[in-house]
Write a protein that binds this ligand. Structure first.
Ligand SMILES: Nc1ncnc2c1ncn2[C@@H]1O[C@H](COP(=O)(O)OP(=O)(O)OP(=O)(O)O)[C@@H](O)[C@H]1O
Ligand SMILES: [Mg+2]
Length: 244
């Protein structure tokens, strides 16, 4: 394992020259992507452009054929999702994935642990204060929750691990506007507490309101990265790459 780089900025995720395939399909093409401490990143692109595959490649859920993945200064190329998560990366996949047969309390409590720097900022009580809806449904089984409540539970569970980086794939997909607004509020709160995040969502306007940097993928390659203001100022980019 390599040690922390002392030159700035501190990279919590540093994926370099990633090539990922599904069978013969070359999905990520020499893609490099990094997350610095405290940074909130919007990962954008139309359907099928490789956003989820990139996140899975970082998490060790799919194995890139080449390239390297460093997490908090450690070379984690080819390592398991469990080992990567242990270095402070919390991943909320698209379509969620709670334990449906466990209650809200159990889902949250089984996730609890201190962060990699020993931080215990996110306690059970704080998560419930942050998600008042969950507080009202503590004994409900995961599968009894609405889609929005399930998403809150997955995010709550991710926060219980006191992560350095929160990765949200399709943050508000399929959620009613009111619930989506609640998720955006949480994203802002997470940001305010200094946790880095990577956010994927169809709604680029909401994403760009809370991000420092945005990365757009087309067919597994980065075609643009820049600040949110630049996206707002260059509608032709959005038209060309996002079709909006
Ligand atoms: N398990 C798989 N096996 C084969 N091909 C896959 C698999 N998962 C994704 N793909 C293909 O890889 C490409 C990238 O998919 P990916 O899910 O990463 O895109 P995405 O940007 O997350 O899209 P979306 O916005 O629809 O979630 C697509 O062409 C998709 O069809
Ligand atoms: Mg996806």
């Amino acid at each position: 394992m390599t040690t922390h780089r002392t030159d700035s900025p501190e990279l919590l995720v540093n994926a370099q020259n990633i090539n990922t395939y599904y069978g013969a399909s070359h999905i990520l093409r020499d893609l490099s992507f990094s997350v610095a401490r405290g940074e909130t990143i919007g990962l954008m692109g139309r359907n099928g452009m490789g956003k989820s595959t990139l996140l899975k490649s970082i998490m060790g859920l799919v194995k890139p054929r080449s390239g390297s993945v460093e997490i908090a200064g450690h070379d984690m190329t080819g390592r398991s999702p469990y080992e990567i998560a242990r270095l402070g990366i919390a991943y909320v996949p698209e379509g969620r994935g709670i334990f449906g047969n466990l209650s809200v309390v159990e889902n949250l409590k089984m996730a609890a642990r201190a962060g990699t720097r020993g931080q215990r900022d996110w306690t059970y009580e704080r998560v419930l204060d942050t998600f008042p809806r969950l507080k009202e449904r503590l004994s409900h089984g995961g599968q009894q929750l609405s889609g929005g409540e399930q998403q809150m539970l997955t995010i709550g569970r991710a926060l219980m691990t006191n992560p350095e980086v929160l990765i949200l794939d399709e943050a508000t997909e399929g959620l009613a506007p009111l619930i989506a607004r609640e998720i955006w509020r949480i994203c802002q709160l997470v940001r305010d507490t200094g946790i880095s995040s990577v956010i994927v969502d169809k709604n680029w306007k909401h994403v760009s309101q809370i991000t420092d940097r945005n990365v757009i993928l087309v067919k597994g390659e980065v075609v643009f990265q820049g600040r949110s203001q630049e996206l707002h100022d260059r509608p032709e980019l959005l038209q060309q790459y996002l079709g909006v």
